[in-house]
Write a protein that binds this ligand. Structure first.
Ligand SMILES: [Zn+2]
Ligand SMILES: [Zn+2]
Length: 407
């Protein structure tokens, strides 16, 4: 990269070009939103799948497009992502939280699926060197909360088996991350605002005992603020202590709340403003990935964990069981038909939430209808459904090849 020295300031024609294109992107995005675009894929929420357990319980699941910018399914899809990963984080008695940010000057280079994967694989290898048994939930955030139109990719990792990292270790990870970035992009990290070429890597370790330690430090006035504990947490601990609860137990609860909150945070949608160019570049990229093998939990365990989910969360126990492939009624494994149905099938079911419905085992005819009319009605419905299904089959074949729908 050409970096010329002008009047003692670092200037890079490349960076200036980048900055301009970001601004143009932003204007284009705002215009797009004003025109009412970016509403997700046209199939979103229009089709459904049916799943059954061996005991005959039936469920309907609406198919969403899962595009982060889709207003139709954003919240539902977020709930499903939380429910899918929740049984995994519940096996973490402590966790480490990493955020690896891609420096400003390299963000153009990283509008590319292959390069994003390469960087993610590098980090996996690097962290495995420290902890060979690492298990992690990994997900990119594409934009920051503050500017939803400025591309700002950063990789979030919730990792098991980490502990408090010594400063030197974190520094080594940072330096290696920087070298890897420079090697992959062929660029040097340096800019006017960052002449030393620092990279942004955040790490935090959270466990019930680290929470207790932080709280005690604040009580003893050794610390004014905590990066883990918010004011509301400290207030809650003090209040519960005053009513005679044990500090260890309280810290366990606070730990669970923080862990859940972190999961909710990393699974959230960040690509909320549609940007055609970027959406096309990232199309079919599998964003959420799991490193290592989390224990495969039996139904009883998942149910127990689903019960201790955060009470205030909208993620229901049934949703957690459905997303982990269990029948919420009897716990047997669920099998989902490949066949797609029109979403209107859901009107026969009872709503569970997040696009799931429970179908009654027997659909009884209306008592007012005579037998003949009922049979006619049924055969008409059968014809209607099979016609619809045929139309959808060819579409489905293509869609099934696209993995992003199922993320
Ligand atoms: Zn959608
Ligand atoms: Zn069942």
């Amino acid at each position: 990269m050409l970096v010329e020295q002008k009047r003692g300031r670092l200037r890079s024609p490349y960076l200036e070009g980048q900055a301009k294109s970001y601004i143009n992107d932003e204007i284009a995005d705002v215009e797009r939103v004003l025109k009412g675009g970016g509403r997700g894929e046209n199939y979103c929420g229009k089709y459904a799948k049916v799943g059954r357990c061996e005991n005959g319980h039936q469920y309907i699941k609406l198919i969403y497009c899962n595009k982060e910018w889709c207003e139709n399914c954003r919240q539902m899809a977020h709930g499903r992502r939380i429910a899918r990963w929740l049984p995994k984080i519940l096996t973490m008695p402590s966790f480490g939280y990493f955020v690896f940010t891609i420096p400003m000057e390299m963000r153009g280079f990283y509008k590319d699926k292959k390069q994003l994967s390469r960087l993610r694989s590098y980090l996996r290898r690097r962290l495995k060197q420290i902890y060979p048994d690492i298990k992690a939930l990994v997900r990119w955030h594409w934009f920051s909360e503050k500017s939803p139109c400025l591309y700002h990719p950063h990789l979030n990792l919730l990792v098991s088996c980490f502990e408090k990292l010594p400063k030197e270790e974190l520094e080594r990870i940072k330096q290696d991350y920087k070298k890897a970035l420079e090697r992959f992009t062929g660029q040097k990290i340096a800019s006017e605002t960052n002449p030393e070429g620092k990279v942004d890597v955040h790490y935090q370790f959270v466990s019930a005992s680290s929470i207790k330690e932080e709280f005690l430090k604040i009580q003893r006035r050794e610390k004014k603020q905590s990066k883990i504990l918010r004011k509301k947490h400290i207030k809650a601990i003090r209040k519960r202590l005053a009513s005679g609860e044990s500090l260890d137990e309280i810290c366990q609860d606070i730990y669970r709340a923080i862990r859940f909150h972190r999961l909710k945070y990393i699974t959230r949608a960040t690509f909320t403003v549609y940007n055609k160019g970027l959406a096309e570049k990232l199309k079919n990229y599998r964003n959420g990935t799991i490193w290592g093998r989390f224990p495969e939990l039996p139904y009883e365990e998942v149910e127990k964990m689903a019960k201790q989910r955060e009470a205030h969360s909208k993620v229901s126990q049934d949703l957690i069981l459905l997303e982990s492939g269990h029948c919420p009624k009897c716990g047997a494994r669920l099998n989902w038909d490949k066949q797609l149905y029109p979403a209107s099938l859901a009107s026969y079911g009872k709503e569970i939430g997040n696009g799931y419905f429970e179908l009654p085992i027997k659909i009884r005819g209306s008592p007012k209808m005579n037998w003949k009319a009922f049979r006619e009605e049924l055969s008409w419905k059968k014809l209607f459904l099979s016609e619809q299904a045929q139309n959808i089959q060819s579409w489905l074949k293509n869609e099934q090849k696209r993995r992003d729908i199922w993320d």
